[in-house]
Ligand binder design. Structure first.
Ligand SMILES: CC(C)(COP(=O)(O)OP(=O)(O)OC[C@H]1O[C@@H](n2cnc3c(N)ncnc32)[C@H](O)[C@@H]1OP(=O)(O)O)[C@@H](O)C(=O)NCCC(=O)NCCS
Length: 199
């Protein structure tokens, strides 16, 4: 989708759910990023745990936004306590590459890639339905605020909790596919499929 896009106002990038506030990930979120990406319980099905120094180096990339702000990473905070609990993403899906190509997030266009829905929560926040809340909110955002025809997701074959989150949020399992240079379970939802669920 190589057409130029207009920027979305910053307010429109704030996403409210019944229990959470999501806002674009910022350099100030370094402590959250370190907590998330250095914890082996969190990274178990995603990547090797990182060092705090490596996370700090990654910040300029993971705070990038594409398509007028519409694509990138959001930090999630509980509305009742203000506690930062993790993140949700709409980012370019790597297929034969091992990592997300953050540099393909450019302000004025959509990347050529499929767009991936993802999330990582700190362990204290697990088991409370927060991941599903983030997914449903990002799908609503994707299909009301972007021109994306569909959103995809992938998980580690053993990440059954994440697979359950995706199915609960309306994505359809599509069997094994290539992503992150591996064969992994793939999931997909089209704009029409999302509209059918919500109307
Ligand atoms: C996977 C993760 C996002 C789930 O978050 P969460 O907020 O606990 O998810 P939810 O509470 O919305 O839903 C989890 C669902 O999976 C189910 N579940 C949890 N653990 C499970 C397991 N081991 N096997 C099967 N189902 C499981 C829950 O029962 C729930 O389904 P239900 O509502 O039908 O009962 C969270 O554990 C996490 O961030 N993990 C680390 C990062 C990660 O793996 N991210 C995903 C990368 S693809």
């Amino acid at each position: 989708m190589r057409r130029p896009v207009t920027p979305l106002a910053r307010d429109a990038l704030m996403i409210e759910t019944p229990r959470l506030l999501l806002r674009p990930y910022m350099s100030e979120d370094l402590p959250l990023a370190i907590k998330t990406l250095t914890d082996p319980r969190v990274t178990r099905y995603v990547c090797d745990p990182m060092t705090p120094e490596a996370v700090e180096e990654l910040m300029p990339l993971i705070t990038r936004r594409g398509a007028g702000g519409r694509l990138g990473m959001w930090a999630a905070a509980r509305k009742d306590t203000g506690e930062m609990i993790g993140d949700g993403v709409l980012t370019p899906l790597p297929v034969e590459e091992e990592d997300t190509d953050w540099t393909s997030l450019l302000p004025d266009r959509y990347p050529d890639h499929e767009i991936e829905l993802g999330y990582m929560l700190l362990p204290d926040a697990w088991g409370k339905g927060f991941a599903t809340e983030i997914c449903m909110a990002l799908l609503r955002f994707a299909f009301t605020q972007t021109g994306l025809p569909e959103v995809v997701a992938v998980t580690d074959p053993e990440n059954t909790a994440s697979q359950r989150v995706l199915v609960k949020s309306g994505l359809h399992p599509e069997g094994s596919r290539r992503a992150y240079a591996e064969d992994v379970p793939g999931f997909r939802i089209t704009r029409d499929g999302w509209l059918d669920r919500t109307t």
